[in-house]
Design a protein around this ligand. Structure first.
Ligand SMILES: C=CC1=C(C)c2cc3[nH]c(cc4nc(cc5[nH]c(cc1n2)c(C)c5CCC(=O)O)C(CCC(=O)O)=C4C)c(C)c3C=C
Ligand SMILES: [Fe+2]
Ligand SMILES: [Fe+2]
Length: 345
């Protein structure tokens, strides 16, 4: 590598509140859900929905949920992301400058980019920590970086890391984290539960202009040009690759989608409706993997580890365990470092 090269890296996650308090959660939700890539309805309707329904009712409910998973050092999403950043920085050494930042709230993308410029980097690698592409996550990070760059006079070369839903290192990382836990827990079923997305978003990502995505029950079975940006299709591809790596049987797993918001249809099947079906079929011990998240967060620790487990036990299930996310696992830290090196080349 050229010894004069100084590579800046933005490891970007979605964002989290500064504290598990109603006021901080309200600020977070306001910024997050005001993004037209997240709530993609006309601006005035979004404003009314946010001010009259979501913020008044959800802020305190979510603050309560955050309190149940908050760590002494802070939000799990933040702590795990920072810990990954530290590992990656140690692996990559002196020529790389890593900034862990968030699309919403703190540390902001603006601050992180300013820090990298102050360090004199001559290239910036933008790495959204979302395995599957969605306009609401990856797309908005790319857009925000572009918006910040548009205001700069000296714009360094920017390199964007695309979604990595089937990257062999990502798949192997999940496999390495899951294997010891599955051996110990001995589940009779594995559920792959991904963050959900409104169906509308998936239809908008259809590259054949509405003719392919969700037009047929099999539309997500394989990746073709029309669905190459389809979040749901990429989730199914991730499941398929992890299943192959773990050697699970066809009858031993399924895929579902969690974390719905609002009344419009979200991508199916829904996790909270799949659990009763599995209980009815006689499944007793279930392990849940959440490969839309590379760091444990509210959606894995509260929605699955606490709430889905309560639901499972109330359905007569024997036990439910959450397979932890990749967090700052050494194998995953190495994979991220290698992905950065190949993007920076
Ligand atoms: C995996 C990537 C994510 C996508 C895609 C995504 C889409 C999306 N999310 C909401 C609404 C909420 N998400 C919330 C939390 C949250 N979302 C992601 C990731 C994706 N979201 C993460 C990692 C987290 C956890 C953050 C943390 O602090 O731990 C929340 C906040 C929590 C709550 O009140 O439930 C909301 C709201 C929408 C509407 C959406 C796509 C349209
Ligand atoms: Fe979300
Ligand atoms: Fe599809």
């Amino acid at each position: 590598m050229d010894l004069n090269q100084k590579i800046g890296v933005l490891l970007v996650n979605v964002g989290t509140p500064d504290a598990p308090e109603t006021s901080a959660v309200r600020r977070y939700l306001k910024e997050f859900l005001s993004d037209p890539r997240v709530i993609d309805i006309p601006a005035f309707a979004r404003f009314l929905l946010l001010r009259l329904i979501i913020l008044p009712f959800r802020s305190s409910k979510s603050a309560h949920a955050y309190k149940t998973v908050w760590l002494p050092e802070g939000s799990p999403l933040m702590i795990h992301s920072q810990s990954l950043g530290k590992n990656v920085s140690e692996i990559l050494g002196d020529h790389y400058f890593i900034e862990v930042c968030m699309r919403y709230q703190n540390p902001s993308l603006e601050t992180a980019i300013k820090n990298l410029i102050a360090k004199g980097v001559n290239k910036i690698v933008v790495f959204p920590l979302f395995p599957q592409y969605s306009s609401a996550a990856t797309g908005t990070v790319f857009e925000k970086v572009g918006e910040i760059a548009n205001k700069m006079w000296n714009v360094p070369p920017l390199v964007y890391v695309p979604s990595f839903y089937n990257h062999p290192g990502f798949i192997e990382s999940f496999s390495q984290v899951a294997t010891p836990l599955l051996n110990e827990f001995q589940p009779d079923f594995v559920l792959f539960s991904y963050h959900g997305l409104p169906e509308r978003h998936v239809k908008k990502s259809d590259q054949s202009h509405g003719k392919y995505c969700l037009a047929d029950i099999k539309c997500c079975d394989k990746i073709v040009h029309a669905n190459s940006y389809c979040y749901r299709a990429q989730c199914y591809a991730t499941t398929k690759a992890i299943v192959k790596s773990l050697g699970l049987s066809k009858e031993g797993y399924t895929t579902s989608f969690q974390s719905r918001l609002g009344k419009s249809p979200w991508i199916k099947p829904y996790t909270d409706l799949v659990l009763p079906e599995l209980a009815q079929k006689g499944v007793k011990r279930i392990a849940v993997m959440c490969p839309a998240f590379v760091a444990d967060c509210l959606e894995t620790l509260e929605e699955i580890k606490i709430r889905a487990k309560e639901q499972w036990l109330s359905l007569g299930g024997e036990d439910l365990t959450l397979v932890p996310s990749l967090n700052s696992h050494p194998y995953w830290s190495d994979v991220v470092a290698k992905m950065i090196q190949s993007a920076a080349r």
